[in-house]
Design a protein around this ligand. Structure first.
Ligand SMILES: N[C@@H](CCC(=O)N[C@@H](CS)C(=O)NCC(=O)O)C(=O)O
Length: 207
């Protein structure tokens, strides 16, 4: 049986969305971040950093939301959610997936951590929100969002007209950005979010 360790609506939703798109049967196991369950030894044995998501299947256990999405999609290659390995389209698929986790997520989290993150529940004692760091996050996000927006201008999805795993990974970043109040100046990205929200699998996860 496949088990997803999750805490909706965090980045575990990326893995959940892929499971739903691919119609894979799984159990969702909540790791309550507000209660500190991510720090329990049993969970740390699965995800040593103490973050969600993690995925356990009959043959492996893994973490990192984008890696989980891409692995699940490769296991179900006939469903066509990723371009052929080695193709030019695959190059861009990897590019956008890693741009989301390596460039966009950290900028969003810099804003979230310094404005909205519950200090007592999820931070070391004495941590304060830092307005300068929040501003740097907004600045970094805007540069990266403009790059995404240019790419999506005039096309429905990151790889053109067909939906792929890159849209699950980047789409979740865009939903995070909405949550943190960062997408107001990016109408192309707002439309992209609306398009993604029309998908039944997305509605089952983010509904
Ligand atoms: N790069 C990781 C980041 C995972 C991550 O940081 N998850 C957050 C929720 S969005 C978390 O579990 N935080 C727990 C904590 O900070 O204690 C991924 O994409 O899977």
């Amino acid at each position: 049986m496949t088990v997803l360790y999750e805490f909706p609506p965090t980045r575990s939703n990326r893995a959940k969305w892929a499971l739903e798109e691919l119609d894979i049967s799984y159990d969702g196991e909540t790791v309550d971040l507000m209660k500190g369950e991510q720090n329990e030894d049993t969970y740390r044995a699965i995800q040593p950093l103490g973050v969600v998501p993690a995925l356990k299947t009959d043959s492996y256990t893994m973490f990192e939301s984008a890696a989980i999405v891409m692995q699940l999609i490769d296991e179900q290659a006939d469903q066509g959610l990723a371009p052929k390995p080695g193709s030019a389209e695959r190059a861009h698929y990897y590019q956008w997936a890693l741009f989301a986790t390596g460039e966009i997520d950290p900028a969003i989290m810099m804003v979230f951590d310094n404005t909205m993150r519950p200090l007592e529940a999820m931070n070391p004692p004495g941590t304060q929100h830092d307005p300068n760091m929040a501003e740097k996050g907004r600045h970094d996000f805007a540069i990266r969002a403009a790059i995404l927006s240019d790419e999506l201008e005039g096309q429905d999805y990151l790889l053109g007209n067909s939906f792929s795993g890159a849209d699950i990974i980047v789409g979740h970043s865009c939903f995070m950005a909405v949550f943190v109040g960062l997408l107001d100046d990016f109408p192309v990205l707002q439309s992209y979010c609306e398009r993604l929200k029309e998908r039944p699998a997305n509605q089952r996860v983010y509904g």
